[in-house]
Write a protein that binds this ligand. Structure first.
Ligand SMILES: Nc1ncnc2c1ncn2[C@@H]1O[C@H](COP(=O)(O)OP(=O)(O)O)[C@@H](O)[C@H]1O
Ligand SMILES: [Mg+2]
Length: 388
């Protein structure tokens, strides 16, 4: 049987570039070579696409970021320039070959199609996990792993994500959304609306980022202005939400399309006051797999994870993060990540492993789900003029 050529896109323009390298290295290393031929596709920090001369190397636990950063910053990383062409066809991804190598003269270039069967975007954060790359993939007509444009965009925007979650009645902490324009026009009005609806501590978050970048925990009203100033450096929309008292961080992995299934939940014990960037990638936070929860709470987390997945109309896979108050025992849905961290030590695959689905089998499942979703979409009529 012919092997499936899977383009694994990684890197990207977001602050999670390094995390993506680490995730992609694990994915590429674990795709079953009997069935698949992985084709690494790197997006540089400046947004250029290339086929690298070799895939990113797998890095180990503690130094994921430091090692991946070295890898990303290594000078003169050659590669063939690559473009994803936005029209359907076998040759959707093409490379530009230079007849004489070094000179970028147009007349020496010829275009070679890569004949990919499927794309696996292993990109975290804006310009990758947010529907932008998914839009290009839709236009190119290639099947791809994970959520489509809408779910990716909704899940990346913490304000819209809450609208979708509310529509399905999911439990969330009270929150306020503020725009840069509102803040500029009247910082007092924004502070007043926070004071009227939330009690401290609050968390101030740029709407469209990940990995805790730009997020502050504010313990009293006096700290709000500075936290908003920082958050507005990252986005024109900011979410301020009430802190869950003595929060436990419970995560749950989901896989599927229209009938998604949830893994056993896990728990993160952050090494710092909250699970910020340092706690995520620099210091080692402790993970419990599965989470030490009673049966009823475990079942409720799994139910909420599936509901959250359906709420944003996700596809393929996602990780849903909940906060559980040690004080009140209440459970809240915090967020959904449509391209969760995918190194072999990341929560997403570890939770599936604990639930009985190993890393390589999980990849097989994601590939099957991608083809299933693509086939279903191909069946749809795009015009009312002609019956199929
Ligand atoms: N409402 C909250 N109550 C308590 N802790 C929170 C709250 N919101 C966020 N946090 C803490 O901040 C971390 C990052 O917030 P999160 O919304 O998950 O952003 P990101 O998308 O960057 O991961 C969480 O893992 C948690 O430690
Ligand atoms: Mg988070």
């Amino acid at each position: 049987m012919r092997k499936l050529r899977i383009g694994v896109i990684y890197g990207g323009r977001s602050s999670e570039h390094e995390v993506s390298l680490a995730s992609a290295a694990s994915v590429i290393a674990n795709l079953d070579r009997q069935r698949y031929e992985p084709v690494p596709i790197r997006i540089d920090r400046d947004g250029r696409w290339a086929i690298p001369d070799r895939p990113p190397t797998v890095v180990v636990a503690a130094d994921v970021i430091a090692r991946a950063r070295q890898e990303a910053d290594r000078p003169g990383r050659p590669g063939r320039e690559t473009y994803l062409v936005p029209h359907p066809g076998e040759e959707a991804l093409v490379t530009v070959e230079r007849a004489h190598g070094e000179t970028p003269a147009r007349e020496n270039a010829y275009v070679a199609g890569l004949a990919l069967d499927l794309i696996f975007p292993v990109l975290h954060g804006p310009y990758g996990e947010d529907g932008t790359v998914q839009g290009l993939l839709e236009l190119s007509g290639l099947p791809y792993v994970g959520s489509g444009v809408l779910a990716s965009a909704v899940a990346m925007d913490k304000a819209m994500m809450k609208v979708a979650f509310a529509g399905r009645g999911l439990p969330m902490v009270p929150h306020v959304v503020a725009s840069a324009e509102e803040w500029a026009a009247s910082p007092e009005a924004v502070a007043a609306s926070v004071a009227a609806r939330l009690s401290y501590p609050v968390f101030v978050k740029p709407a469209n980022l990940g990995s805790s970048v730009g997020i502050s925990k504010v313990k009293e009203p006096g700290g709000l202005a500075e936290a908003l100033r920082v958050a507005f450096e990252f986005d024109r929309k900011v979410v301020v939400e009430e802190g869950v008292p003595a929060a436990r961080e419970i995560e749950c992995s989901v896989v599927g399309n229209h009938r998604p299934e949830a893994s056993l939940p896990g728990e993160i014990v952050p090494s710092r006051e909250f699970y910020d960037y340092e706690a995520k990638y620099v210091e080692e936070s402790v993970a419990h797999v599965p989470a030490p929860l009673d049966e009823a709470t475990t079942a409720e987390v799994r139910r909420l994870a599936v509901e959250a997945f359906l709420a944003v109309d996700a596809a393929g896979f996602a990780r849903v993060d909940c906060l559980l108050s040690r004080e009140t025992g209440r459970l809240y849905v915090n967020e959904i990540n449509t391209i969760p961290g995918f190194t072999t030590i990341s929560m997403f695959p570890r939770l599936w492993e604990a639930t009985g689905l190993g890393y390589a089998a999980l990849l097989d499942r994601l590939v099957d789900l991608a083809f299933e979703r693509h086939a279903a979409r191909q069946q749809l009529r795009t015009s009312h003029l002609q019956a199929q």
